[in-house]
Every structure is written in structure tokens, then in C-alpha cells.
Ligand binder design. Structure first.
Ligand SMILES: [Zn+2]
Ligand SMILES: [Zn+2]
Length: 426
């Protein structure tokens, strides 16, 4: 990536706190942070896009055998069964849990494939300068979609499920499991190297209008997604990320609605059984806590702790944190603490899916005809709802509410100070 030679002044608004800065674009290896809220404002994307493209293509290649071949084999009393990533989703749908099956299918197969197709296309288009508008759309969509690809959580669930089944028979890793592990590592490197600030900086330099310092302040509007302050246009679309330009409004009703839905589902998710296990004629129902105690009494302490954290601690912490944020964003103090809490809530939420994936793995491996069967129960649907609605609630909350609730007009622009002790040329 090469920064253009023309050093036009632009105004950039911090998307977290609304503070405005004057910038001349990125310089190689530099990053800038907001003086008010400490969030990143701009970064250089040098080399990042090409590296991300190569890593993403490797991920797509690995996904083919990882999805086609079996990942685990379970043997029990002379019978054996093998599972692919998709097997759990199909069996969950067949056994009367279409919602849970679809959710597992979407997060463990569709989302990782779609995400890496989007990353590959977005990087290639950006490098080649093709389809500028589509490229901007793709980048915005993939940053929003990123958290739904949960194959790393699925891999953790595979480990827990395998340990749970070890007490009954033998579990063997198949070659596709190692490919899946490699995929998770490369995908982590690929998505971890994606920095939205760097991408928006890059796209900002390629945007349609070159000069964005206002002749008339009145016509200027800030994009709430990428922070670019720009002239209003008839299409009302941001020229950098193509998101809709609109005045800033604080409306927390949707977050409250999602949060109360989560609370309503939380009780059935914990009281109703999530699965039924039949072993040599003995049938037993397990709730989430029952499953954890089963692992604990079997001396499988680590899997018990993982499932306890994912299924009990994370949802409770997330619901409590969201209530805290909904009440505290009006306080006008402790904003940095609240912003940090919000980032943690956003990052942790997806790990709650671990128990749903454990169920999918057990259902897929535990199909031994009359000898052993594992079936999903209503608690799993409620728990899946808890995970999805907490993610919706966290996504509907905006960190900016914390900083701008008491602010009536945009801040005046400041010269941007770059990290590494360098300052933009004025
Ligand atoms: Zn800020
Ligand atoms: Zn934008």
C-alpha cells in the first residue's frame, strides 16, 4: 500500500467519542489515537492487505478438506461412528431442533466460508483497484460479520465433547482435525491482522473527493462507521465505507428489548434439560449444570471449567455488564472504564456457544443405534437464544453513547498527533 503524495487536510471524527481531528492521511508505520478516549483513529495499512489476502486464500483452501473429511472417530462396544463438521447440524435438525441445528451450521460452516470469501475478495479488489463501491461495501460488511465465524469455539467444543465421550469408549482424531486446527491458527492470524482503522485510512485516500476541509461547516456530516467528516451528498452514503449518513441519535430501546428477551430465555435455558443421553438402555436428562457436574465427577476438571465459564459465567457477566452500560452511559463519568467493559462484552460473547457446539459434537458422535444415543432437548434452544440475543444486544449498544450523552454539538477540530512521537505536517 502506498500513501498518496498529496497531503490534503481532512477532518476525522473519533467514532467512539465524537472528538474531531484534522489529519493529512497516514504515514508508513504510524498510528494515531484519540486524546480523549484513547481509541485508535488512523493507522498505516502497509503490507497488511497483501498478507491478509494470502492468509485468507490459505484458509479457504484448508476449509475444503476440513469440511469434507471426518474430524473424529468414536468407538464403543465394537461399533464406531465418525463425524464431519456438518454432521452435528444435520442430526440436530433431524432430531427436532432445527433452530439449534441451523445456528450450528451457520456459525461453524457458512460464516467461516463466507467470511474468508469476503476477506479474499475485499483484499483483492482493494489491491487491484476494482469495483470501488463494492469493495467499500465488502469491507464494512466483513467487519460487522466477523464475530459470527465461530470455528475456533467449535474446535474447543470438540475437545470438551471428546473428553466427555472418553469415559464411555475411545475417541480418535482423524486427519481433518489437524487441518481444522491449522485453519483456526491461520484464520486467527488473518483476521487478527485486519485493522479497520488502517483499511478506512487506505480507502479514505482513494475516496472520490480529494479535499474534505469544509468551506462551509454547515454542510459537513460525519460517518458514524469510519469517522470521515464529509460534504453531504444526495445519496446520503459515506464516500469511504458506503454506510448511510445520518444525524447522531441515542436510542437504547432496542438494547433493552434484546436484553429482556435474553433474561426471559435464561431461566428455561438453565432449568430445562439440554440433552438426553441413552446408554445401554439407561436414559438420563442433563441440564447445563448437570452436564458440568457430570464432567466434574468424572475428574474431567478442565472441560468442566471451560463449559462452566462459557455457559454460566460468560452469559451472566455479559447480561450484568450490558445492564451496567445501559444505566451508566448517562453518568458522564468513568467513560474509559465503561468503554473497556463494552469491548470485553463484545469479544467474550461468542465463547458462550461452546456448550451448543459440545451438544452438536455429542449428538454427531453418539449415534450408536440401540446401544447409545444422545438427543437435543428444549433447554438447548433456549440457551442458543440466550447466546444470540446477548450478541444482538451488545451489537445494538454504541460505545459512543457513553461519551456523547451530555454533548450537544461536535467538538472543534484539533491537529492530529501521531504515535511514535511524530506529528503530521501542518
Ligand atoms: Zn475518541
Ligand atoms: Zn464511512
Amino acid at each position: 500500500m502506498i500513501c498518496p503524495d498529496d497531503k490534503m487536510e481532512r477532518i476525522l471524527e473519533c467514532t467512539t467519542c465524537g472528538e474531531r481531528y484534522i489529519t493529512h492521511g497516514c504515514d508508513h508505520g504510524m498510528r494515531s489515537y484519540c486524546e480523549k478516549c484513547d481509541e485508535m483513529l488512523e493507522a498505516s495499512s502497509r503490507g497488511q492487505v497483501l498478507r491478509t489476502l494470502l492468509l485468507s486464500i490459505s484458509c479457504l483452501i484448508l476449509l475444503i478438506p476440513a469440511n469434507v473429511y471426518p474430524i473424529l472417530r468414536f468407538s464403543f462396544q465394537g461399533q464406531w461412528t465418525e463425524t464431519q463438521i456438518i454432521t452435528g447440524s444435520i442430526l440436530l435438525v433431524e432430531q427436532g431442533s432445527p433452530l439449534v441445528g441451523t445456528m450450528v451450521f451457520f456459525t461453524s460452516m457458512v460464516a467461516p466460508i463466507a467470511l474468508h470469501l469476503m476477506v479474499t475478495a475485499a483484499c483483492a479488489f482493494l489491491l487491484l483497484g476494482w469495483f470501488p463501491r463494492l469493495t467499500r461495501h465488502l469491507w464494512r460488511m466483513l467487519f460487522e460479520f466477523q464475530e459470527w465465524g465461530m470455528i475456533d469455539v467449535y474446535l474447543l467444543a470438540l475437545g470438551v465433547g471428546a473428553i466427555k465421550l472418553l469415559s464411555m469408549g475411545s475417541v480418535e482424531a482423524r486427519p481433518a482435525l489437524w487441518l481444522m486446527l491449522l485453519f483456526v491458527l491461520i484464520s486467527g492470524m488473518c483476521l487478527g491482522s485486519l485493522n479497520p482503522c488502517a483499511i478506512w485510512s487506505e480507502l479514505r485516500q482513494r475516496s472520490r473527493s480529494k479535499r474534505l476541509l469544509p468551506a462551509d461547516e454547515e454542510d459537513m456530516v460525519a460517518c458514524h462507521h469510519c469517522g470521515t467528516v464529509q460534504q453531504e451528498n444526495p445519496e446520503e452514503k459515506c464516500e469511504v465505507c458506503e454506510s448511510k449518513l445520518h444525524p447522531w441519535v441515542i436510542d437504547d430501546r432496542r438494547v433493552w428489548a434484546y436484553l429482556f428477551t435474553t433474561l426471559a430465555l435464561y431461566l428455561p435455558a438453565n432449568v430445562l434439560p439440554v440433552m438426553t443421553m441413552s446408554l445401554l438402555g439407561d436414559t438420563e436428562n442433563y441440564t447445563i449444570m448437570g452436564g458440568i457436574l457430570y464432567l466434574w465427577h468424572d475428574n474431567d476438571y478442565l472441560p468442566a471449567i471451560i463449559v462452566f465459564c462459557g455457559s454460566i459465567i460468560v452469559p451472566i457477566a455479559k447480561i450484568t455488564a450490558l445492564f451496567f452500560l445501559l444505566i451508566s452511559y448517562k453518568w458522564n463519568k468513568y467513560q474509559k472504564l465503561q468503554t473497556r467493559v463494552f469491548h470485553i462484552v463484545k469479544t467474550l460473547g461468542r465463547w458462550s456457544m461452546v456448550d451448543v457446539f459440545v451438544l452438536a459434537v455429542l449428538v454427531a458422535l453418539g449415534q450408536m443405534g440401540v446401544v447409545a444415543t444422545i438427543e437435543p432437548q428444549a433447554g438447548a434452544i433456549a440457551f442458543c437464544g440466550v447466546v444470540v440475543f446477548t450478541i444482538f444486544a451488545a451489537n445494538s449498544f454504541q460505545a459512543r453513547w457513553i461519551w456523547t450523552y451530555h454533548q450537544t454539538s461536535p467538538s472543534t477540530e484539533k491537529r492530529m498527533n501521531y504515535a511514535h512521537g511524530t506529528q503530521a505536517t501542518t
